[in-house]
Ligand binder design. Structure first.
Ligand SMILES: CSC[C@H]1O[C@H](OP(=O)(O)O)[C@H](O)[C@@H]1O
Length: 333
């Protein structure tokens, strides 16, 4: 299965996620500006995939400017800073940029080598984190095939390969322990209905798509055994920034005593933040809410509140799990 983001020897190659589910196409990005534009319009998205994009973007810049003069190094560092600011909440973007920049004194080839190491590591750590999460859910949930609710997209499209929360679903499915995945559509950009359902359909994993507003009702009707989500930035205490709507899901899951597990990688942890209060939340364009596929769905000029993420206090979570195991615990453990 092709990687979501890769290097073809001269350019960054991504699956264009804005075209799915109708069209599968790849984009070849030859400059940092092209990569930043792709990140900003979510052609490439998802915290771990952004980490890979950040690292490969620095490699692109180092090959373009060279590294044998102070002016060249300054040009690379300036492009790297613009890249790191393309989306402010997902800490992996900055992580990938810094990982690649660390090799800059050794030259452009060393930068590329380190950037490619970020990609190689991503699938390994995703498989490990999602395996730990699957084992936790098997301990916490009824001993039968499970009905797992997901939010946004946390599969191979949000990573280099495999996935975090949806990687957990893949492990459970392989173990014969998935009855059905309930896929939150995830307004406004529909990463769930467009991307998660596409991944699950491609692998024949049973699923139902639901409006975000139906998730609490599904819990109230006893249709949900557990909730598993990804993360964009996890503070030192386990407070988690994730796609908008995660906080409401966690409140409803706590009310119904349903296990709620965040699956992340160590590179998504931000230990510099004691709690979630300091996490910067990306605000996105009003048109994402007032239009659907270019068709107005709200009156011209309506004001909009469109944060891309929210922060869920660790107290509402069953656990935050990484490739190293349980990082933080909240309720019911
Ligand atoms: C593998 S975690 C991916 C994480 O990123 C998503 O955000 P976006 O689609 O805006 O990049 C969402 O928060 C997912 O949980």
């Amino acid at each position: 299965m092709a990687r979501t983001i890769d290097w073809d020897g001269d350019a960054v190659v991504i699956i264009d996620q804005t075209a799915l589910p109708e069209t599968f196409r790849t984009l070849r990005l030859e400059t940092v500006d092209e990569l930043i534009e792709a990140i900003r319009r979510l052609a490439v998205r998802g915290a771990p995939a952004l980490g890979a994009a950040g690292a490969l973007g620095v490699a692109l810049s180092a090959r373009r400017h060279g590294t044998d003069s102070e002016s060249a190094l300054a040009a690379v560092r300036a492009e790297a800073e613009r890249l790191a600011h393309a989306r402010p909440t997902a800490v992996n973007l900055r992580y990938g940029v810094e990982r690649a920049l660390a090799a800059l004194p050794q030259g452009a080839d060393a930068v590329l080598t380190d950037a490619l190491a970020v990609l190689d590591e991503d699938e390994r750590v995703n498989r490990a984190a999602s395996r730990h999460a699957a084992e936790l859910l098997l301990r916490r949930c009824p001993p039968r095939p499970l009905r797992v609710l997901t939010h946004c997209n946390t599969g191979r499209l949000a990573t280099v390969a495999w996935g975090t929360a949806l990687g957990t679903v893949r492990h459970l499915h392989a173990d014969g322990r998935i009855d059905q995945v309930l896929v939150d559509e995830t307004r406004p950009l529909l990463q769930g209905s467009r991307l998660t359902a596409w991944e699950l359909a491609d692998e024949g994993i049973p699923h139902r798509v639901l409006p975000d507003g139906a998730a609490a009702a599904a819990m109230a009707r006893g249709m949900v055994d557990c909730v598993v989500v990804g993360a964009d930035r996890v503070a030192a205490n386990g407070d988690t920034a994730n796609k908008i709507g995660t906080y409401g899901l966690a409140v409803a899951a706590a009310h119904h005593d349903i296990p709620f597990v965040v699956v992340a990688t160590e590179s998504t942890l931000d230990r510099s933040l004691p709690d979630g209060g300091g996490i910067v939340i990306e605000e996105r364009a009003a048109e994402e809410v007032t239009q659907l596929a270019g068709v107005p769905v709200a009156p011209e000029g309506s004001a909009v509140f469109n944060p891309a993420f929210d922060v869920t206090p660790v107290a509402l979570l069953t656990a935050v799990v990484t490739e190293n195991g349980v990082f933080a615990t909240g309720r019911g453990t």
